[in-house]
Design a protein around this ligand. Structure first.
Ligand code: NAD
Length: 306
């Protein structure tokens, strides 16, 4: 069985990916500095290094020791608003950290580098929706700029150093284990606050529209990226837009929440509408959405209840 590295494997999406990979019998190593990830998310059958991807010396040692066949790179500063406040901090993790991994991947013969990119923050404002990969990205936040930069480096490493890659541009991913205490992850935040009957805040007018994709569907896209003989950039979304006001209503119904939302000023860096066209992933990866929003929300609320 191939050797696999998952960076960010103690995080929300990474931990679900690690569970799926170990279930399929892969040997998995996780690198995570636990800045937002949690030990309790970690699968017990993996070797875990509590290290930062920014630590070049450690990455050199880990790559030399394990000779990975595949790398899933999910470790990131994943908050748009943090990136707006601290662009240099964001770039250090999201650009320089990624470059260290790319260098090591070339040096130690990694067969494919699978990168977690963003569909929500990469295309920018005013693009046609659902947005396809053919649309030229105009990211408006440092987070989106960093993700796009890494994609451009991926193309450079492919052309110049023969490193095969897949970049998956996710919509708004949601599901069990998403952090309800962060600033992002509206479904986790709403679910957890509604279950405790706490005040729920909506930033702006609530008509910000997003493409919400369930974490298990995102994991399947990663497994397909590993197993299919493909390379390049793929949108991973549902092609369905849902506003925050609609989400509020759906979750209020599931959790039996009776209070009204509190509207607060809009946040910087948030774009108005993002919906992804994933037909390329459908035709080339064989990927499709299997969980509807209603099903995914119900499973997420069950997780937060427990
Ligand atoms: P997350 O914060 O739960 O996961 C990120 C993980 O990376 C955490 O476990 C964190 O501890 C780890 N990490 C951060 N900096 C690190 C560093 N320097 N070295 C090692 N580990 C580090 O977030 P997530 O939602 O699971 O996101 C996973 C990936 O998917 C990220 O790359 C994110 O940008 C991307 N993504 C997420 C979404 C979404 O909606 N959640 C959408 C698009 C893209």
């Amino acid at each position: 069985m191939p050797n696999i590295l998952v960076t960010g494997g103690a995080g929300f999406i990474g931990s679900h990916l690690v569970d799926a990979l170990t279930q399929e019998g892969y040997k998995v190593v996780v690198v995570d500095n636990l800045s937002t990830g949690k030990v309790e998310n970690l699968n017990r059958n993996v070797l875990f290094y509590q290290q930062s991807v920014e630590d070049e010396e450690m990455m050199e040692r880990i790559f030399m020791l394990h000779k990975f066949d595949f790398v899933f790179h999910l470790a990131a500063q994943a908050s748009v608003s943090v990136s707006v406040k601290e662009p240099a901090k964001d770039a250090k993790v999201n650009i320089l950290g990624s470059l260290i991994l790319l260098e090591k991947s070339v040096k130690y013969g990694v067969k494919k580098f699978i990168f977690s990119s963003t569909g929500g923050a990469i295309y920018g404002e005013g693009v046609p929706v659902p947005t396809s990969e053919a649309t030229v990205p105009h990211p408006i936040s440092p987070y989106g700029i960093a993700k796009r930069s890494v994609e451009m480096y991926l193309e450079f490493y492919k052309n110049e150093k023969n490193l095969n890659y897949v970049s998956l541009r996710y919509g708004n991913v949601y599901g069990p284990r998403q952090d309800p205490n962060g600033e992002a992850g509206v479904i986790a935040i709403f679910s957890s606050r509604m279950l405790k009957n706490e005040e729920v805040f909506i930033f702006g007018d609530g008509e910000y529209v997003r493409d919400y994709v369930y974490v298990k569907d995102v994991v399947r896209a990663n497994l397909l990226a590993l197993n299919q003989n493909v390379s390049g950039i793929y949108n991973i979304g549902t092609s369905i837009g849902t506003s925050v006001n609609e989400l509020f209503k759906m979750l209020a119904q599931i959790t039996n929440y009776q209070r009204q939302p509190t509207y607060a000023p809009p946040r910087k860096g948030d774009i108005r509408k993002s919906i992804l066209d994933s037909s390329k992933a459908r035709s080339e990866l064989g990927w499709s959405v299997t969980t509807t929003l209603a099903e995914g929300l119900a499973e997420t609320v069950e997780f937060f209840k427990a």
